[in-house]
Design a binder for this molecule. Structure first.
Ligand code: PEP
Ligand code: MN
Length: 367
């Protein structure tokens, strides 16, 4: 059962809900806070044997906005009742929601300071404040480049600050990495922010999910599992939210199957509407790890652009995409990295498709 409080409700209302919940055996109340622009939404979730718990006494409490019975699935990330699913969140001055598109363009794996500097300078020149920079790389082979790890964090954060980048998406593969990122950010004077990325190989690493869920300093970019169903991925994502961190972006990145050949993965962006419908989450697409190559159609448009468009036209509002100033020397995923001269083209492409999406929604909803 989800009890949503009025935005003006004080802590006394939360206490009253907890007191009332204590009257019912086998029911545990848990408070969840969703922070938006100038608005803080508080919910109390009753977990356990709630079937016998009536909704009316909770509805009668002053300061309670609504009480909704929910199935045990996706209790926090799911949409329930009349929830319009557009909550989103703010982080470090950037609004993540379903109304604004953010391009997280950057290096798959950080390699050298000059490459990071050059990339971020170009992003900044196009007004971007978001990037991707992998420091901890989960690789298929132990003999491949594993990422520079914590040693690169001081200068990555310093350069991000220098170029006005507000959010860096960075994968963590171990709970230790969260502390390393936190420490490096503090030492650097917090020049930027970080969105913790859970990679597809760790989608069901439940202990790691609990760790990123227990902290609320950083939002989480959660990749779907490449070999599991959407339902399994959403249940895994719920681990993050149920631990207390609701600031999550759900990212589609293709699934493993030879049926996707010659692409690296079978592109699954047809699931964008499914995630938008079933959850409150912001939805991201990763065209780089889906397609894995830079070929273009005879009209000159690269496959990576085409699938980005497929995600945006379906309502995705975030794109995670690999760029490298010199893909031929990239230490990870060079074959799928776009070059910096392609950035304004991708930006123009994304803007055009987003406008088409907005027009299309108007057409479909016209009476
Ligand atoms: C990545 O984005 O760097 C990455 C490794 O992606 P995925 O986890 O989707 O393979
Ligand atoms: Mn990669």
């Amino acid at each position: 059962m989800v009890i949503t409080l009025e935005t003006t409700a004080s802590d006394a209302v939360v206490e009253a809900v907890f007191r009332l919940a204590a009257r019912y055996e086998g029911v545990t109340p848990k408070k969840h806070v969703f922070q938006g622009v100038g608005e803080r939404l508080v919910e109390v979730h009753l977990v356990g044997s709630t079937r016998q718990v009536p909704t009316e006494p909770f509805e009668a409490l002053d300061g309670v906005l609504s009480v909704v019975r929910v199935s045990t699935r996706y209790r926090v990330i799911g949409r329930h009742g009349t929830d319009d699913g557009t909550r989103g969140f703010d982080y470090n001055g950037v609004r993540f929601g379903r109304d604004q598109v953010h391009l997280f363009a950057g290096l798959c794996a950080v390699d050298t300071r000059p490459h990071v500097d050059e990339t971020l300078a170009v992003l900044a020149s196009h007004g971007l404040q978001t990037t991707r920079m992998g420091a901890y790389k989960p690789r298929t082979s132990p003999y491949e480049f594993q990422g520079l790890g914590s040693e690169c964090l001081p200068w990555v954060f310093e350069l991000a600050g220098k170029h006005g980048i507000r959010v860096v998406a960075m994968e963590v593969t171990d709970a230790r990495h969260i502390d390393e990122i936190k420490t490096a950010l503090e030492r650097a004077g917090r020049p930027t922010g970080v969105m913790l990325q859970i990679g597809t190989r760790n989608t069901q690493n439940f202990e790691l999910l609990k760790h990123v869920g227990r902290q609320s300093e950083f939002p989480v970019l959660f990749k779907r599992g490449m070999g599991i169903t959407i339902e399994e991925s959403l249940n895994a994502c719920e681990y993050v939210a149920s631990e207390g961190n609701p600031n999550i972006v759900f990212c589609l990145r293709g699934v493993k199957s030879n049926l996707g050949d010659p692409h690296r993965n079978l592109v699954d962006f047809a699931h964008v509407p499914v995630i938008l419908r079933q959850t409150r989450l912001v939805v991201c697409v990763d065209p780089s790890h889906s397609v894995g190559r830079k070929d273009a159609t005879p009209d000159g448009v690269p496959d990576i652009f085409h699938v980005t468009g497929q995600g945006i036209i379906a309502g995705a509002t975030m794109v995670l995409v690999d760029f490298h100033p010199y893909p031929e020397v990239a230490l990870c995923d060079g074959p799928q990295a776009l070059t910096l001269d392609q950035l304004p083209k991708l930006l123009g492409y994304v803007r055009t498709v987003r406008e088409a999406y907005e027009k299309a929604v108007t057409i479909v909803n016209a009476s």
